[in-house]
Design a binder for this molecule. Structure first.
Ligand SMILES: NC(=O)C1=CN([C@@H]2O[C@H](COP(=O)(O)OP(=O)(O)OC[C@H]3O[C@@H](n4cnc5c(N)ncnc54)[C@H](O)[C@@H]3O)[C@@H](O)[C@H]2O)C=CC1
Ligand SMILES: O=C(O)[C@@H]1CCC=N1
Length: 286
């Protein structure tokens, strides 16, 4: 019988938004028990106390305790910011062993560089999740190092499928996944901010404006999902000849809406690559 996440100890190194989105999803969906989830950060004690009180996860406030939690884990999730990678990996590598499965959520950081910086033979899963994992609607891209066994692949997929959808891609494609679904929620929020702003400027109360905007975005996304129709076809169904929608879409085109989104996605992908390259630039990838 194969191992399930419930039987394993998972340590999150980095207690930020992305780590919380994942472990909250795992706990609320009952895929992992909070008493087997450890959350580690560098120094913010208040944050750890809040996370412990809210989710029942394991924390430690001293270095020895934190290192023990990392060493005891079967899966170690690397969830710090790219700028903290070099310093945290230098410390972390002393407490890891090759029996552990390493799961990185760090944008742009290649499997080769993780291997080199941690001087490890451990199997590595590089992922690009998003914060919608918090509510079980995440979208995650994953790539595996050569040493990841079939069972470990299954565990990594179980982890991210329990908080949304997951798709395995060739490692170079993780940058474009970052541009689409990693950063993507922010583009949608930005769009929603603009819709709400216009609604308020048009005279609606803030709360009403927000309610209409949320339902419109939710409804449109569900229409694409449930009807399986092409978004372009669904758009055509809203657009009466010479009507209001056509006038609005023409205005969006005048402001290069589509081109702006395409450029934004590619710029995010390019930025992921830049960020990865900026981490320990001299290191020889393995
Ligand atoms: N926020 C998002 O939407 C997404 C973030 N990511 C990736 O997730 C990673 C974390 O991002 P966020 O959660 O947004 O950042 P954040 O700033 O919210 O959290 C980073 C955490 O790392 C901790 N940390 C820093 N140095 C440490 C060390 N030496 N030892 C232990 N913990 C340490 C900090 O205390 C903090 O709790 C980044 O690498 C980012 O690229 C990936 C996908 C989406
Ligand atoms: O903005 C960032 O760098 C991270 C990676 C993907 C989403 N947030």
């Amino acid at each position: 019988m194969s191992t399930t996440l419930q039987e394993l100890r998972i340590a999150f190194v980095g207690a930020g938004s992305m780590a919380e989105a994942i472990f909250r999803g795992l706990i609320e969906n009952k895929v992992a028990d909070p008493d087997r989830i450890a959350v580690i950060n560098r120094s913010d004690r208040d944050k750890l106390e809040r996370l412990q009180a809210r989710y029942g996860v394991q924390v430690s406030f001293d270095t020895e305790g934190k290192n023990a939690l990392i060493a005891a884990a079967d899966i170690v999730v690397l969830a710090m910011k790219p700028k903290d990678v070099e310093s945290s990996f230098a410390e972390l590598k002393q407490h890891l062993s090759s029996r552990q499965l390493l799961v990185s959520v760090i944008a742009g950081l290649s499997i080769g560089k993780i291997t080199a910086l941690l001087e490890t033979d451990a199997p590595i899963v590089r992922t690009m999740p998003n914060t919608s994992s918090t509510i079980g609607l995440g979208a995650t891209g994953l790539s595996f190092s050569a040493g990841v066994s079939a069972e470990q692949r299954g565990l990594a997929l179980q982890m991210f499928e329990s908080v949304g959808i997951a798709t395995v891609v060739d490692e170079p494609l993780l940058d474009i996944v970052t541009g689409v679904s990693g950063s993507g929620p922010a583009y949608v929020y930005y769009f929603m901010e603009a819709m709400t702003k216009a609604a308020v400027e048009g005279g609606l109360a803030e709360q009403e404006a927000r309610r209409l905007t949320v339902q419109t975005v939710l409804g449109a996304a569900r229409m694409v999902e449930l009807t399986q129709e092409d978004p372009a076809e669904l758009r055509r169904k809203v657009t009466s000849p010479n009507g209001t929608t056509q006038a609005a879409l023409q205005t969006l085109d005048n402001h290069q809406f589509c081109e702006g989104i395409v450029r934004a996605v590619f710029r995010a992908a390019e930025r992921a690559k830049e960020m990865g390259e900026a981490i320990a630039p001299g290191v020889n990838q393995r």
